[in-house]
Design a protein. Structure first.
Length: 69
C-alpha cells in the first residue's frame, strides 16, 4: 500500500498517484508543475500554505487507501 509522509517530495507523491493533485491544489498549491514544487516536501508545502502537515499527510493517505480498496 502506497503511503506518504511529511518528508515525501511533492514530485514523488504525484508519481505515486496523480489523483492527489486536487488535494494539493485545494490548499493553494497551484503550480504543481513548477520545478521548485517538485523538490519541496509535503510538510514544507503544508506549512507554507498555512495547513497542518499531519492533516495534509492524513488526507492524502486516506485518499490513497480508498483508491486501493
Amino acid at each position: 500500500m502506497a503511503q506518504v509522509t511529511k518528508d515525501t517530495l511533492i514530485g514523488e507523491a504525484l508519481r505515486i498517484n496523480e489523483g492527489i493533485a486536487p488535494i494539493l491544489m485545494g490548499i493553494g498549491m497551484h503550480c504543481l508543475g513548477c520545478p521548485a514544487s517538485q523538490g519541496e516536501s509535503l510538510g514544507e508545502a503544508a506549512l507554507v500554505h498555512g495547513m497542518d502537515p499531519d492533516q495534509l499527510v492524513n488526507t492524502i493517505n486516506e485518499y490513497l487507501t480508498a483508491r486501493e480498496n
